[in-house]
Design a protein around this ligand. Sequence first.
Ligand code: FMN
Length: 150
Amino acid sequence: MSKFDCAIYISKATMPITDILIKNILKKSRMHNLKRGISGYLYYEDGYFLQYIESDKPHTINELISVLEKDQRHQIINCFKTSKTGNKLFLDWSMGEIDKNQLINLNLEQQIMNYMKWLKSLDQSIDVNSSKIWSMVDLLSSHKEILQFI
Ligand SMILES: Cc1cc2nc3c(=O)[nH]c(=O)nc-3n(C[C@H](O)[C@H](O)[C@H](O)COP(=O)(O)O)c2cc1C
């Protein structure tokens, strides 16, 4: 059975975020991620990013998180990491952009974001309550066909 590492985090933007900036982040991310076998998605809303990343290459996720922690454009405020067995959830998304319009019926990213912010406000340790986060990530991947890779 194959295994992969994954992480989901929310971060607070430290500067005004424009569509052009997001497109640039996605462009660079896709180039890097294709080479490193990373897939996932990025969602932005009201000054916060939510990003899910996954890889079956050892150390890759931790290495990317170290890079992301140094990026001055945002500050990570809550991050969950785990390893899973099975196939990657967003295999063909080198870094998908999830757009708010796609989520009108789904509203799931917002729920994950709010839940992670709420956990942070309670000062919960990283792994407590994470099963709910991972079940929401699974749920989102089951709606991949509706979302489409843009
Ligand atoms: C919210 C956010 C998400 C990012 N996601 C990724 C990513 O998935 N992959 C990646 O390589 N870089 C990502 N980056 C960019 C990295 O932090 C970093 O700027 C970039 O990898 C550096 O590339 P360079 O050394 O070629 O300039 C992201 C940056 C931000 C602000």
